[in-house]
Design a binder for this molecule. Structure first.
Ligand code: NAD
Ligand code: UDP
Length: 319
């Protein structure tokens, strides 16, 4: 049985990755300090013999007794309100945390995949974004703590790959959504759904002309799995290229939820990227991957998840 360590295991993407690798017959070791995650996302795995959990901050020295075949480094705050609240931890987990995991991968002879992001492109001047675009990031802006941590993470990973010959993979994840997102994490999908469930107006930042391209979590997980199993060490974009403006998206949510909420406009946060759409030619040609779940289907599944939460869970998710 192959063993994989997944950091950020109690978070949104990490918990779905734990499920995927359990299904594929791996022993999964989840690690998380629960700063933005929730054990509820993985509590169904605790009864399994091939799942183990370490409550640990990966920015501190990481020790695992098992031999490891693979490591997925997904620990990091991921939503703008989270990383604005905990900027130093965000910088540390992307830099020191990544360094610890690269060291662990080297010691164990494991292959390491890091979760990078479309944020390495910043507010992009190339559209759609291809992997060879260097990006447009404000290093000292409020979002810089996340973007630069991820850019440093990529540099450090490539240095270990080139200098130590470590087997590494880099996925640049574009906005991904689905069940187990936190209702209060501030990202646009839980924000709009939460507002619809509470009967509040939908808050569109700016004039809503900024665009995003939303990928359903099952597609994202499949892309990450294929990249890990590939022999390709350079960054690969994984996302759904179907682009929509935030204003049109708010209108879609009102239709989906069947509510009669109004849209209200709030100031656009500083350095909020104006457009974002992945070019996925590399993922298609190298991994044979492309998204299968369209937004209508994915959003329905996501809305059903939030509706299925008990009142107590909804309240917990709001704090
Ligand atoms: P999330 O907040 O749901 O999950 C992150 C998890 O990491 C949480 O469980 C948190 O407690 C844990 N964590 C944070 N710092 C830690 C530390 N120092 N030590 C141990 N655990 C720590 O976010 P997510 O959306 O699941 O994102 C997971 C990863 O994917 C992140 O690295 C993020 O940058 C990346 N990513 C996500 C998206 C997306 O759209 N969801 C897009 C781009 C990149
Ligand atoms: N956004 C919005 N209203 C909200 C939350 C977010 O209009 O209540 C906008 C935000 O300004 C951004 C887009 O939705 O333009 C996506 O934001 P999110 O935080 O989900 O992700 P990111 O900006 O990191 O892509």
């Amino acid at each position: 049985m192959k063993t994989i360590l997944i950091t950020g295991a109690a978070g949104f993407l990490g918990s779905h990755l734990c499920d995927k690798f359990i299904d594929e017959g791996f022993k999964v070791i989840g690690m998380d300090n629960l700063i933005t995650g929730d054990l509820k996302n993985i509590e169904h795995l605790f009864k399994l013999d091939n799942f183990e959990f370490y409550h640990h901050d990966v920015s501190k020295f990481v020790h695992v007794t098992d031999d490891l075949d693979y490591i997925l480094h997904f620990a990091s705050p991921a939503s703008p309100i989270d990383y604005l609240k905990i900027p130093i931890q965000t910088l540390k987990v992307g830099s020191l945390g990544t360094h610890n995991l690269l060291g662990l991968a080297k010691a164990k002879g494991a292959r390491l995949l890091i979760a990078s992001t479309s944020e390495v492109y910043g507010d992009p001047q190339v559209h759609p974004q291809t992997e060879d675009y260097y990006g447009n990031v404000n290093t000292i802006g409020p979002r810089g703590v996340y973007d630069e941590a991820k850019r440093f993470q990529e540099s450090l990973t490539m240095a270990y790959h080139r200098f130590h010959g470590l087997e590494t993979r880099i996925v640049r994840i574009f906005n991904t959504y689905g069940p187990r997102m936190r209702l209060n994490d501030g990202r646009v999908i839980p924000a709009f759904i939460g507002q619809a469930l509470r009967g509040e107006d939908l808050t569109v930042f700016g004039d809503g002309s900024q665009t995003r391209s939303f990928c359903y979590v099952d597609d994202q997980v499949e892309g990450i799995y294929r990249l890990l199993m590939s022999d390709y060490a350079e960054p690969v974009n994984i996302g759904n290229p179907y682009e929509i403006s935030i204003l049109d998206f708010a209108e879609e949510i009102i239709k989906l939820t069947g509510t009669d909420q109004k849209i209200v406009f709030k100031p656009l946060p500083k350095d909020d990227p104006m457009q974002r759409q992945p070019n996925i030619s590399k993922a298609k040609s190298i991994l044979g991957w492309e998204p299968k779940v369209d937004r209508e289907e994915g959003m329905k599944l996501t809305y059903d998840y939030f509706k299925s939460l008990t009142k107590e869970e909804l309240e917990r998710s709001e704090h």
